[in-house]
Write a protein that binds this ligand. Structure first.
Ligand code: GLU
Ligand code: ZN
Length: 290
């Protein structure tokens, strides 16, 4: 079972559609379901209308998901329950550090509040105590990854001071609840994986198979994103755009596929989906192909 989990911060751009397509092809080739989850917990960053825009866009590219769309904002109880469970087991502690203290601290949180156990009335985030052991996993494309959470990441936040559940926790809870077995996502999330494996371990969830695909970069080498003002993909050019994305996924689509109907393009792509060509690749440039 695979899934695509965009944050509704804006319309899909080439980079996000690239991830959507890769996870779709991966799921379909494994005869698996492909679920759509909208990661809309970070309410200040949500853009009105973006979720619907994403849904319409996926449809117009022929990327049809299975079942109902899963909106994280409709499942707050589950995250709170999981937080409470971790709290009861003393895996979390309240962190009252101010923004300015953190800004003037090492990048890896030095555990100032680790000894705090009491819940305080002071506004606080909740951090998980990380262990000084290495977490290992084998990524389908990036190979064996080994990270020491305590020394490389530090105790990380599962619930923010503003009450918002952090992405790492919500993602782990949902991937488990939705019975996701394969996660295909951008290379920028590789660094989150050890944290997610650690939470899965604490919660007794089975771990998943991960594949972190390259990021599409612009001519300056920057990842396409809202911040770099990446353009929204044009649904009226669905076929040629899919063809371009398959080229960027190094699938070598035959040239006559470029003007084929989107269903034929996707059918070809599912049948020929081969990820080996992306092994150890972290970025691909959109420019060479325009
Ligand atoms: N919502 C996350 C993002 O758009 C992706 C989550 C994931 O695939 O794990 O960056
Ligand atoms: Zn603190």
């Amino acid at each position: 079972m695979g899934r695509f989990a965009p944050s509704p911060t804006g319309p899909l751009h080439l980079g996000s559609l690239y991830t959507a397509l890769a996870s779709y092809l991966d799921a379909r080739q494994h005869n698996g379901l492909w679920l759509l989850r909208i990661d809309d917990l970070d309410t200040p960053r949500n853009t009105p209308g973006a979720s619907d825009e994403i849904l319409n866009c996926l449809q117009s590219f022929g990327l049809h998901w299975d079942g109902e769309v899963y909106y994280q904002s409709q499942h707050l109880d589950q995250y709170e329950q999981t937080v409470a469970e971790l709290q009861n087991r003393h895996e979390l502690y309240p962190c009252t550090c101010s923004r300015s203290l953190l800004a003037n601290s090492p990048l890896i949180y030095p555990g100032y509040c680790r000894a705090k156990t009491e819940l305080t009335n002071t506004p606080h985030s909740l951090r998980v105590k990380t262990a000084d052991i290495s977490t290992r996993f084998v990524d389908d494309l990036q190979g064996e990854i080994s990270q020491n959470l305590a020394s490389e990441h530090g105790d990380f936040i599962v619930k923010r001071k503003d009450g918002i559940i952090a992405y790492q926790l919500a993602c782990v809870v949902d991937d488990h609840r939705q019975k996701v077995s394969r996660v295909v996502r951008g290379y920028d999330l590789l660094d989150s994986t050890a944290k997610q494996l650690y939470l899965q371990h604490l919660l007794g969830y089975p771990s998943l198979q991960y594949m972190h695909i390259p990021l599409i970069v612009d001519h300056r080498g920057n990842k396409l994103s809202k911040q770099t003002r990446a353009e929204a993909v044009n649904s009226h050019q669905a076929g040629p755009t899919l063809f371009l994305l398959l080229t960027l996924l190094k699938q070598n689509p035959p040239p006559d596929l470029r003007l084929a109907a989107i269903d034929s393009i996707l059918e070809w792509a599912i049948e020929h989906w081969q990820t080996e060509r992306l092994t150890n690749t972290q970025t691909v440039s959109a420019l060479q192909h325009n």
